[in-house]
Write a protein that binds this ligand. Structure first.
Ligand SMILES: [Zn+2]
Ligand SMILES: [Zn+2]
Length: 141
């Protein structure tokens, strides 16, 4: 059984077609999506309210993780389905870049947790700024 199905069944949820569709679509994405992008993409097959419900269930079950960007957020599959990574988001055009893993940084975070005898479970680091293209085009404000 797929890990995705296992998680749903272990929590007494069935693997419905819409749930599978949302999961499969997220699997094809190489970057985090806003809810609007996800809804637009799946609007032909699943209604908006169901997409929101499914994403919120997935979040609760740890299948999906939320990337907080001030008052906005994006979503992507959690580290259970992805390599652990960090993001950089352009605050002008809104594109979220996936950064390559950095062993030194990960080690450092573990060491920092150790200094206070803290058992590390997860962490996220979000970098916000301006992408190359937007920097070249100059400020919009
Ligand atoms: Zn940009
Ligand atoms: Zn990390």
């Amino acid at each position: 059984m797929l890990k995705f199905e296992k998680i749903l069944r272990a929590n007494s949820y069935s693997v419905t077609k819409p749930r599978r569709l949302v999961f499969e679509y997220l699997q094809t994405c190489d970057r985090a999506l806003s809810m609007r992008e996800l809804v637009n993409e799946l609007a032909d097959s699943i209604d908006r309210a169901s997409i929101y419900r499914i994403v919120s269930l997935f979040e609760q079950l740890g299948i999906v993780q939320r990337i907080r960007l001030g008052w906005k957020y994006k979503i992507e599959l959690s580290d259970l389905f992805n390599h652990h990574h960090h993001h950089a988001t352009c605050m002008l055009c809104g594109i979220t870049f996936t950064l390559t893993e950095n062993a030194k940084l990960e080690q450092l975070i573990e060491q920092m947790a150790e200094t206070i005898d803290f058992t590390l479970q997860s962490h996220d680091i979000e970098i916000r700024g301006t992408c190359t293209r937007c920097t070249k085009n100059g400020p919009k404000y």
